[in-house]
Design a protein around this ligand. Structure first.
Ligand code: GLN
Length: 313
């Protein structure tokens, strides 16, 4: 396991995975948000970014899709940058909830225990922490700037998605106010909720996500822009959070079968971090019952297996 990798091997594995799963028609687009239901379900892209900054790509890697829950990783990094690892642990936590991404019960069960910035409750809490507290314009700028640095290029807000999400985010509104009830939100709840909804509505490409995963894998320096983004001690912290809860209540199965910490989003994106080796992202809109892209999961597992890589050695 964990062989040294050549660019040619990675290209071969990515191309094979693309060919193997391109025709797969399992799953269906997320339908709880109208915008997502209408995206071309045939879109499929895979990108791998190496520490050298080289990016291996197959398929629709330049198509901008809704980042959705993958953005929780980026804003967790921002909270870690602004507050440090101990404060984030104290104010949000780093535990798996074992429950779906938007669980209300998890908040009730864990109101005085740690949660994680990688489920909705913790992600909304992370948005509330973003500095400067109380200033929606500068907070939003901090969120977008952070994602831009991680991806090496700017994301773009998908207005229609933002409108769709804002009109239907009743569950998340409840989460924001329940957090307020337990003193686990650190800015005005509606403000934090709106920032969370907006960050989920950012359009990114599979290539951008692969680069941001590679920035994590490379200890906080973006391998493409060569720019320092965050202190290296944040990398193992955020990767451990992804490993613990990146697939929500299915994270154990995912880690067991794939061997790579990865974060999903209902927009069809999955982003995986292989520390020191590479960042990988795959995108395809049809998702399974748990809200995870069917083809993206298959492609990443195939590539990990083909390259004989596994974080557990
Ligand atoms: N915006 C979505 C929500 O909070 C993101 C969900 C997801 O990608 N799992 O409901």
């Amino acid at each position: 396991m964990n062989k040294e990798l050549s660019l040619a091997q990675i290209k071969e594995a990515v191309d094979e995975a693309y060919k193997e799963f391109k025709g797969n028609t399992d799953g269906k687009n997320a339908d709880y948000i109208p915008y997502l239901a209408n995206i071309d379900s045939h879109l499929f892209g895979i990108a791998v970014c190496l520490p050298s900054g080289e990016v291996v790509e197959a398929g629709d890697t330049d198509y901008r899709f809704g980042i959705e829950s993958v953005s929780k990783v980026h804003t967790a990094i921002l909270a870690l940058r602004q507050y440090g690892a101990d404060k984030v642990l104290e104010m949000i936590g780093a535990d798996a909830t074992g429950l779906p991404f938007n669980s209300i019960i998890a908040i009730l069960l864990e109101n005085d225990h740690p949660s994680t910035p990688l489920v909705n409750a913790g992600a909304i809490a992370a948005c509330s922490m973003v500095q400067p507290v109380g200033d929606p314009v500068l907070k939003w700028k901090a969120i977008v700037d952070n994602i831009t640095e991680l991806c090496g290029s700017a994301p773009q807000l998908i207005d229609e998605l933002y409108k769709s999400e804002s009109d239907t985010n009743f569950n998340n509104r409840s989460i924001a106010w329940l957090l307020k009830n337990f003193n686990r939100i650190y800015d005005e709840p509606n403000l934090a909720l709106d920032l969370y909804t907006r960050q989920c509505s950012l359009g990114v490409t599979a290539k951008q996500l692969a680069i941001s995963a590679a920035t994590i894998a490379c200890g906080g320096t973006n391998p493409v822009t060569k720019k320092y983004v965050f202190p290296s001690e944040i990398s193992p912290r955020i990767t451990s959070m992804i490993a613990a809860v990146g697939f929500y209540e299915h994270t154990g199965d995912w880690m067991y079968t794939s061997g790579i910490p990865a974060k999903t989003g209902v927009g069809g994106g999955v982003m995986g971090v292989m520390p020191g080796k590479f960042g990988i992202a795959a995108f395809a809109p049809p998702i399974d019952e748990a809200g995870n892209s069917v083809k993206a999961q298959l492609a990443i597992k195939f590539i990990m297996n083909k390259l004989q890589q596994n974080i557990f050695g």
